[in-house]
Ligand binder design. Sequence first.
Ligand SMILES: NC(=O)c1ccc[n+]([C@@H]2O[C@H](COP(=O)([O-])OP(=O)(O)OC[C@H]3O[C@@H](n4cnc5c(N)ncnc54)[C@H](O)[C@@H]3O)[C@@H](O)[C@H]2O)c1
Ligand SMILES: O=c1ccn([C@@H]2O[C@H](COP(=O)(O)OP(=O)(O)O[C@H]3O[C@H](CO)[C@@H](O)[C@H](O)[C@H]3O)[C@@H](O)[C@H]2O)c(=O)[nH]1
Length: 315
Amino acid sequence: MVTGGAGYVGSVVAAHLLEAGHEVTVLDDLSTGFREGVPAGAAFIEGRIQDAERYLDPSYDAVLHFAASSQVGESVANPGKYWENNVGGTLALLAAMRTHGVRKLVFSSTAATYGEPTEGLLTEDSVTKPTNPYGASKLAVDHMIAGECAAHGVAAVSLRYFNVAGAYGEFGERHDPETHLIPLVLQVALGERESISVFGEDYPTPDGTCVRDYIHVADLAEAHLAALEAATAGEHLICNLGNGNGFSVREVVETVRKVTGAEIPEVVAPRRAGDPAVLVASARAAHERLGWTPARSDLTGIITDAWNFTRKHRS
Ligand SMILES: NC(=O)c1ccc[n+]([C@@H]2O[C@H](COP(=O)([O-])OP(=O)(O)OC[C@H]3O[C@@H](n4cnc5c(N)ncnc54)[C@H](O)[C@@H]3O)[C@@H](O)[C@H]2O)c1
Ligand SMILES: O=c1ccn([C@@H]2O[C@H](COP(=O)(O)OP(=O)(O)O[C@H]3O[C@H](CO)[C@@H](O)[C@H](O)[C@H]3O)[C@@H](O)[C@H]2O)c(=O)[nH]1
């Protein structure tokens, strides 16, 4: 079962699972996803994870759990939504897994669980002190999952994604409204927006704008398949997924200019609440435990894939 498989990352992972020969059922309430996002060949249930008891059954081998509310800014403005959907929803999902004897889980955790780093590359042992309710809700779920593994022998992997970008064939990023940097800059390139707002230029970074580690969604999907194989009964494995390279907001905008040939006017705006200055991964654990190495780490290539998808789907 793929929860959230009508969304951006879930749809790409569902497509990879089908290609690898798995049977896939997507459970999604379409709150931020799209029915067309569900790959052909996957069964689809329109429903909420809060009602997972009703939808799961013992024939499922594993749950890949993407369904969540996932916008940093929104979580600061409306924290209750994040506790209800991410924590409450996952609590119900874990209970349903227990009831039906489904004992393998791969969970979409996030770099936002760490908060403001106090050192260079973030490892899974770095301090977890989230700076926004989104990250706090995901960290709470990681703790819940650890308890399930210890108490009930569940095999679980939490994958802490850094900033997911790029596209895979007909599956890509199409949030509505869009809040993520790369798709927004591409909308400026398409002429759908006049300019890109740069949220703060007074961060302690080389050019004053926030630095993030952008990871290709297809690399991420490969890590999920590896995680399904690596999951071990009674163990909760946590792995960061990133490239280990940080790019500033200005560098991203500049790369979009290069890829698209468009001008892309920038407007400096205030900092966005809850944003750490720098988030860059050490993905050593994913390499050692999952045998995973990202194959598409070049930012220009990642943005080119996103651009090809955006051009096709928005114009
Ligand atoms: N995109 C990123 O950069 C990124 C980074 C780190 C972690 N993540 C995590 O990865 C996962 C997928 O992110 P995404 O970018 O694909 O988001 P998305 O919004 O495109 O996908 C989430 C999907 O979950 C569904 N959903 C939400 N609440 C639900 C509920 N209660 N019941 C059933 N379905 C529900 C939505 O309709 C949507 O299809 C999320 O858990 C997110 O927190 C994403
Ligand atoms: O119009 C915009 C949009 C974003 N940004 C900045 O661009 C960076 C990236 O922002 P965004 O694309 O919204 O991603 P994040 O807020 O870094 O969060 C993403 O990456 C996190 C992991 O690092 C995940 O947990 C989240 O789910 C995912 O949304 C941040 O510094 C933003 O302040 C701008 O300057 N202008």
